[in-house]
Design a protein around this ligand. Sequence first.
Ligand code: HEC
Ligand code: HEC
Length: 132
Amino acid sequence: MRDRGVIYTGLLVFLGIITFPMWHDWAAGTTSRGPDPVLPAQEKQCVAPLSTMRTSHMQLLMDWRDGVVRRNVHTYTAFNGRNFNMSLTGTCLTGCHTNKADFCDRCHNYAGVAVYCWDCHVDPKLARRSAK
Ligand code: HEC
Ligand code: HEC
């Protein structure tokens, strides 16, 4: 068994490489967990079913924008019959997702999405703070 040293060294190198993501995350202080967006406490149902929002919230917001700005349509009747004012900051960020940083931003940062809406639209929470 003269190869024992070589085999054990090889095994150690192999284990080191295969566990690299774990100790790399540990050393960098990051985790490989998901973005963990914080859901609103006061509402349980969004303006569309969860599966629709997950895949198509951007399209829905664009439709709202086009409706309001181009067609003067301000009311959205949801799948369950509830009516909503079609407003990004006035409805989404005021009525439900009052914590944009822990909901929208967490996921967009995680997914590397740069949302240009905030060039103009202001998070109502920040607007209130700077008005003081
Ligand atoms: C260049 C500035 C600008 C950018 C960028 C922008 N918007 Fe707007 N948006 C406006 C203005 C101005 C209005 C009209 C506000 C009004 O009539 O009260 C508006 C209205 C809207 C409305 C309807 C009114 C409301 O209260 O929300 C929605 C929805 C909307 N935008 C969504 C978006 C989304 C989604 C994005 C990003 C994909 C976006 N906007 C990017 C300027 C902008
Ligand atoms: C669970 C993850 C997640 C959450 C939470 C989330 N988004 Fe997104 N959003 C995405 C992803 C992923 C994309 C990019 C999709 C693509 O490029 O096809 C995106 C894209 C968008 C876009 C289109 C941007 C563009 O330039 O095309 C808008 C607008 C948007 N999100 C608004 C919001 C708002 C407002 C919130 C909070 C109320 C929010 N999102 C919460 C994952 C999320």
